[in-house]
Design a protein around this ligand. Structure first.
Ligand SMILES: Cc1cc2nc3c(=O)[nH]c(=O)nc-3n(C[C@H](O)[C@H](O)[C@H](O)COP(=O)(O)OP(=O)(O)OC[C@H]3O[C@@H](n4cnc5c(N)ncnc54)[C@H](O)[C@@H]3O)c2cc1C
Length: 456
């Protein structure tokens, strides 16, 4: 068979194939990060796995770049490309829960909002991201850090199987039993190995949680960070959450005269018995005086959506990340130097604990290698005005440089920038060579290269 033309592709797929002449092209080529302005030759709004297979064939046969888009949240803009083809899975977002088996199967373009809404009805959940609009696809394939990780492990640790369209256009199942090498690589290796049309997850009993944000004065930030690190290492694993830095948004629970000021935060999530929540969070109140808080019982999906308004689509994004094995005084000093300069209310710095169930998985049991890290830090620069891109980016870079001197070489791939490709090997440590071997087996031509790329 010869190469597929765009018209043949249109005949073969159920979803729309959007090209530059179409009215919806500008909408179709957009991703979450407005700094990314790429012009693909075609965006295929995939309706099903067959559409994904056809799109993969089309890209490969025509020698075009292929971008795979789930939730579109990749900060480096891996969900789009110039002149190539985008397999856009964002219309594929169905979630089916098997409550008795405590599993859920979600299509590759679902968001955590879709997922949590579906599982909440059954009092079940799994580890997902902290913003409801992030895709389960990119997040899970990179590892997946969130409120429930201390108790349930990373998102990828809860993956049971995946339906994957590989570079040759076949749909294969990856699980412990089938294509086990591919399954291993999918759990942390990112979008390198294929387009996942469906993810099957293990669920655990989580329904309503007790939590929310607590604001502390910046002058108390060092104490808060040190106390948090001491406390969280031994706290019950139902206690999730993370310290952060954030400019106070104009919300009613924050005194009006403090709006616009930077604060240290703890965002807490107790997923144990609700009536124990207040007690579980009491230790945080002992770290330092709390300036303002919005803490209480709420549905888990409500906490998952609580910060969505701070990160609407269309902001400018530049992020950097690293792991630390210890929150040393040097790292804390670096935070204290740069956090007060947060460039906008949308920007934030999160310091996610990696311990509990995340540490019980061996470093070589999945592709996610940093099982000995104690925190994953992300310096998430986000602002609305492109005119401030240079200053905002410089703040992220300087902050990152200051902390990286006292951090591990690798960072969490889902928080890393487009200019971090030289850190990929470091990120995977002892797993890198095995990832290359799996890449050679499933994608020797590196069709799936628009990601934190593991070269075959
Ligand atoms: C506002 C915001 C909040 C975030 N919060 C968290 C958080 O709490 N925890 C966390 O761990 N990370 C978080 N992240 C980072 C997030 O994990 C990555 O940005 C991730 O890539 C997003 O996945 P996506 O599907 O939305 O992105 P996309 O841009 O659609 O995809 C990103 C990458 O994943 C691959 N990909 C996506 N879907 C598939 C699929 N179905 N099959 C194969 N490859 C696929 C793509 O090829 C691409 O390389 C956040 C990001 C943002 C912008």
């Amino acid at each position: 068979m010869g190469k597929l033309s765009i018209d043949q592709l249109r005949e073969r797929v159920r979803g729309a194939v959007v090209t530059p002449d179409d009215e919806s092209y500008d909408e179709a080529r957009k991703v979450n990060n407005a700094m990314i302005d790429r012009k693909p030759a075609a965006v295929v709004r995939c309706a099903n796995a067959g559409d994904v297979m056809a799109t993969v064939d089309f890209a490969r046969e025509n020698g075009l770049d292929l971008a795979v888009r789930g939730g579109g949240h990749s900060v480096p803009g891996f969900g789009t490309c110039d002149d190539g083809v985008v397999a856009d899975l964002s219309a594929m977002r169905g979630v089916r829960v098997d409550a008795s088996a405590r599993t859920a199967r979600a299509e590759g373009g679902a968001t955590w909002g879709d997922f949590n809404a579906a599982t909440y009805a059954f009092g079940l959940a799994t580890t997902g991201g902290i913003i409801s609009t992030t895709g389960i696809g990119g997040l899970t394939l990179g590892g997946g850090i969130g409120y429930l990780a201390r108790g349930l492990g990373l998102s990828c640790d809860n993956l049971i199987s995946a339906d994957v369209v590989t570079a040759d256009g076949r749909l294969v199942v990856a699980s412990e039993e089938e294509n086990a090498d591919l399954f291993w690589a999918l759990r942390g290796g990112g979008g390198n190995f294929g387009a996942v049309t469906s993810f099957e997850y293990r669920l655990s009993p989580v329904k309503d949680i007790y939590g929310g944000p607590m604001l502390f004065e910046l002058k108390d930030a060092a104490t808060v960070l040190r106390s948090f690190a001491d406390h969280i290492a031994g706290a019950p694993e139902e206690l999730g959450g993370f310290p952060a830095f954030q400019i106070a948004p104009p919300l009613p629970f924050i005194p009006a005269d403090r709006h616009g000021e930077p604060f240290a935060l703890i965002v807490a999530c107790w997923s144990g018995p609700l009536d124990e929540g207040e007690r579980a969070l009491r230790a945080f109140h002992d770290f330092a005086p709390v300036v303002a808080e919005h803490v209480g019982p709420m549905p888990y999906p409500a906490l998952n959506a609580a910060f969505d308004a701070l990160v609407p689509p269309g902001l400018q994004h530049y992020w950097k990340a690293n792991f630390v094995s210890e929150l040393t005084d040097e790292v804390i000093d670096a935070h204290l130097r740069y956090a007060p300069g947060l460039p906008a209310v949308n920007s934030t710095v999160h310091i996610y604990p990696i311990n509990g169930a995340c540490h019980r998985v061996a470093p070589d049991a999945t592709a996610f290698a940093y099982r000995d890290a104690s925190f994953a830090t992300v310096i998430a620069g986000m602002w609305p005005d492109p005119a401030t891109n240079e200053a905002g980016t410089a703040w992220v870079r300087d902050y990152y440089e200051a902390t990286s001197a006292h951090s591990e070489e690798g960072g969490y791939i889902n928080f890393m920038a487009g200019d971090d490709q030289d850190r990929i090997r470091a990120n995977y440590k002892g797993n890198y060579d095995r990832l290359v071997a799996v890449k050679r087996a499933y994608d020797p031509g590196n069709l799936f290269h628009l990601n934190q790329n593991i070269r075959p």
